[in-house]
Design a protein. Structure first.
Ligand code: FE2
Ligand code: FE2
Length: 399
């Protein structure tokens, strides 16, 4: 009997100790402005560990890489959410070799994450693929988990994932808890870039009503995104060149004119073969009762002028893929025009608004989707899949 009591006590204490270990969580890789030589790592703990670090090395087939690791210190940030204090850590690993597989882990003292692997981008225009998601937003643990899992099974070799905003319904701790639960280990091995949606913005309560601000502190704590956009829009407006494609991320919530000026500059100095732009509010609304005229009038003339190939959007909780559009009409010249996509990954879906149906090649709704986009030299191959794995839409661009 004494033995049973002693064993039970030991088991209880062991479980308690295991639960009290403050393991690094919410580990996520983000692309930097130099994806062939650097990568950003961000993570989270409940308590403060200012001596935290990232340990990394070139990957090997066995554990001998552990003899050659480099430790990089990190920047710790206090995260105050409704007076609950926790901590995030942000590090950029620099001076990496292109097209090379690395292992890394994060933590402090002897409390370290598992080893994870990532590959840096190539320096040239080698073929690659990435995955694009429209609004996840609601039911993240319940209904998005299977979308993310189907996407990683469909494109396990994707170089990165791209989100077009409204990642969560509110910039709320509990929703981000769900997010990192639903994405599991994927963010630890597949880098991401994301555009900010209206639901990702911080809000204040004014006279009992929610009032959106132009701040996004939780977004900036949870991710480490490029800061090469206009001042004050860091980590929500930026661009990344990836193996012959310039990816430009805009913030369609406010300051459109400032972004238009910056966009002109970024597009007039673009040595890449392909150009893909992503932002949240679509130029051709397909959600009932919606129209984003200011975004259409501000950005579309610039997309026309610089021949942007593809625009990836969200917000309308429907699916739409336009024909190639130039000056507001279906392009008659194959060498001119832009394809505009709106997609949705989450369960919240609206009836499709047919207002722009003459410009739209595929319109749909009440289907959870993700898109796999391949860049292969002079071909861009686009496939949209349903959460059950059916091919939902397909087209190709050549240039
Ligand atoms: Fe949304
Ligand atoms: Fe939205």
């Amino acid at each position: 009997m004494k033995k049973i009591i002693a064993f039970s006590l030991w088991l209880f204490v062991t479980i308690l100790q295991a639960q009290s270990v403050d393991t690094p969580e919410r580990i996520i890789l983000n692309l930097t402005i130099n994806p062939s030589s650097s990568i950003a790592v961000t993570w989270h703990t409940k308590e403060s560990y200012p001596q935290s670090f990232v340990e990394f090395a070139e990957a090997t087939n066995w554990v001998e890489f552990k003899e050659h690791t480099v430790k990089t210190p990190t920047q710790m940030n206090e995260l105050n959410y409704k007076n609950n204090i926790s901590y995030t850590y942000s590090t950029v690993l620099n001076d990496l070799k292109p097209n090379t597989l690395y292992v890394y882990r994060v933590g402090y003292d002897s409390v370290m994450s598992e080893w994870n692997q990532f590959r840096t981008a190539s320096e040239g225009n080698q073929p690659f693929r990435f995955v694009y998601f429209g609004d996840p937003q609601n039911g993240i643990r319940e209904d998005l988990s299977r979308v993310f899992r189907k996407a990683i099974l469909t494109a396990p070799d994707a170089s990165f994932w791209l989100f077009a905003g409204d990642l969560t319904d509110l910039p709320d701790e509990s929703m981000w808890e769900e997010w990192f639960d639903a994405t599991g280990f994927i963010h630890r091995i597949v880098p991401s870039i994301m555009a900010i949606g209206n639901h990702d913005l911080y809000f204040e309560m004014v006279n009992g009503k929610k009032k959106k601000t132009d701040k996004y502190p939780l977004w900036q704590s949870l991710f480490t995104l490029p800061e090469n956009g206009p001042q004050g829009l860091e980590e929500s407006v930026y661009y990344v060149d990836y193996q012959g494609v310039r990816f430009i991320v805009l913030n369609t919530n406010y300051r459109l004119e400032d972004q238009a000026e910056w966009l002109e500059n970024v597009l007039s100095n673009n040595p890449n073969k392909w150009t893909i732009v992503t932002y949240h509010h679509p130029v051709y609304s397909t959600g009932e009762g919606r129209d984003n005229r200011d975004i259409r009038e501000t950005f579309m003339p610039i997309f026309d002028k610089f021949n942007v190939d593809l625009v990836l959007q969200g917000h309308d909780h429907t699916y739409a893929r336009t024909y190639k559009i130039y000056q507001g009409k279906i392009s008659v010249d194959e060498s001119k025009g832009t394809v505009y996509i709106t997609s949705v990954s989450g369960p919240k879906q609206y009836s499709a608004n047919p207002m722009y149906k003459d410009l739209i090649a595929k319109l749909g709704t009440f289907t959870q989707l993700f898109q796999v986009i391949d860049i292969q030299g002079d071909r861009l191959i686009y496939n949209s899949y349903t959460v059950t794995g059916e091919l939902y839409d397909h087209f190709e661009l050549t240039k």
